[in-house]
Design a binder for this molecule. Structure first.
Ligand code: SF4
Length: 444
């Protein structure tokens, strides 16, 4: 689509993307959405065999995804204000027994109830600051709740309000595919745990935080490490100090953008397509590789284009373009800056003069930043309103339900990582923490 970058609503900016989508679909606001289905309630999506508009490669529910039970009608039918009141009341009753975590990309109607707002790892760490809390309600997606479970105490229950809130990128690296890839690499490189004369093993696996606990466990078992979008470069340096190559998953773009900035030539970064023998590369390409990139991507960040940046520059002379490193390489190259959600947030906070920012990341964060910083003009590079549709499934109705169940003494939608996976997964996280400290999440 070629519409101009638009604010969802006139200033003061309403941080609610949901209100914007409802208004667009009802014809009460200009602009467009990537799917009018977004205006429907998530329990409506959950009854259909899809994975949410724009969420996944084939838009098909991945095998093994949890099936969401029916949300009771009292939550489905309650008006927005009633749900907020019920959430507030349940939270007050529970007091310190519960901690609510809200991801930067979460819808505003949910984030307003969060005790902490941050990225996935900041939030998992924030939960650790509340060892006495019985329950951690993670308003994010499945892999984030798994990470919180890995870092919390065993008796604490980590709750994902809607089990259908997955991450299409994380689902692109399935543990069976990764195990198969590792066997094929062993056929090419020989024993993968044997260092050469320089003390380097043939390949070190590195996984982005946005991956399942099973993948983090695989990485932990094979001498590898986890990275975030804030520390990917430091983690790759750690890996290159131990191996001749890196197998990077699931996000090809974060891997490519980071390795390119470190001087790794593009021809030394073959892609691994799990559906093709040797990932679709030749043995020679794999031998010459420095970074093998898994064929994964974020459906939200893949939407950003160089054309959007050109248009923003033409329409807003002097605009500062900042994009997330999950965006494709040409977009990162064309932007003024690239960085994690935290980098984007701090860049805006630190701007002392009124500035126009065009941001290439998820719309809920962009819209919230625009509302929080009215002295600046802040808009999303993508003119089409297209939130992370899986995270968007955490509707206030689900949050009210999980909290009221806790009040009644029942834990629903608990995410538990089995010990056989959790132990090596913690090893891979500990390696990351040892090589780079993390900025903390903010209290909301
Ligand atoms: S924004 Fe992309 S990477 Fe993040 S949770 Fe959504 S689909 Fe996954």
């Amino acid at each position: 689509m070629t519409a101009s970058p638009v604010q969802l609503l006139p200033r003061p900016v309403d941080p609610s993307v949901d209100h914007g989508i409802q208004a667009i679909v009802a014809g009460e606001a200009s602009g467009s959405t990537c799917s009018t289905d977004l205006a429907a309630s998530p329990w409506t999506f959950d009854t259909t065999p899809g994975y949410g508009p724009g969420a996944s490669m084939g838009d098909v529910l991945p095998t093994g995804s949890p099936a969401q039970g029916t949300l009771p009608a009292t939550y489905r039918e309650a008006p927005e204000e009633e749900l907020h009141e019920r959430i507030r009341a349940a939270k007050e009753t529970l007091g310190d027994r519960v901690v609510i975590l809200g991801h930067f990309y979460q819808r505003d109607e949910v984030v307003r109830h969060a005790d902490y707002v941050g990225d996935s790892f900041q939030l998992a760490k924030a939960a650790q600051a509340h060892p006495a809390a019985e329950a951690i309600v993670f308003c994010g997606v499945h892999f984030m709740a798994e990470t919180a479970d890995l870092l919390s105490r065993p008796e604490q229950a980590v709750i994902l309000p809607n089990l259908a809130a997955g991450c299409s990128m994380a689902d692109m690296a399935d543990i069976d595919q990764v195990e198969e890839c590792w066997e094929q690499l062993e056929d090419v490189y020989g024993p993968l745990d044997e260092p050469n004369a320089d003390g380097l093993v043939p390949v070190i696996p590195v996984t982005y935080m946005n991956s399942s606990a099973a993948i983090k466990g695989f990485v932990g078992r094979h001498g590898g490490i986890v990275c975030t979008s804030s520390n990917a470069r430091t983690v790759l340096e750690w890996a290159f100090a131990r191996g001749r190559r890196v197998l990077f998953f699931p996000d090809q773009h974060l891997g490519r953008n980071t390795a390119k900035a470190m001087g790794v030539p593009l021809e030394a970064m073959p892609m691994w397509n799990p559906h093709r023998p040797l990932g679709g590369s030749s043995e020679q390409d794999l031998r010459d590789a420095r970074v093998i990139l898994w064929h994964g991507f974020c459906s939200v960040h893949r939407r950003f284009t160089v054309d959007q940046i050109d248009k923003a520059r033409a329409e807003h002379p002097g605009v500062r373009v900042i994009v997330h490193p999950e965006c494709p390489m040409p977009v990162v190259d064309a932007a003024d800056e690239a960085g994690s959600t935290d980098v984007i947030r701090r860049a805006i906070e630190d701007a002392t003069e009124p500035t126009t920012f065009a941001i290439g990341t998820e719309i809920n964060l962009v819209q919230r930043l625009a509302a929080q910083h009215p002295q600046h003009t802040i808009f999303c590079l993508d003119p089409v309103v297209c939130p992370c549709s899986t995270m968007y499934r955490i509707h206030p109705g689900y949050l009210a339900w999980t909290l009221e169940e806790l009040v009644a003494g029942r834990v629903v939608n608990r995410i538990t990582v089995p010990g056989s996976v959790a132990d090596p997964a913690r090893v891979s996280l500990d390696r990351m923490l040892a090589c780079v400290p993390q900025a903390p999440a903010r209290k909301a």
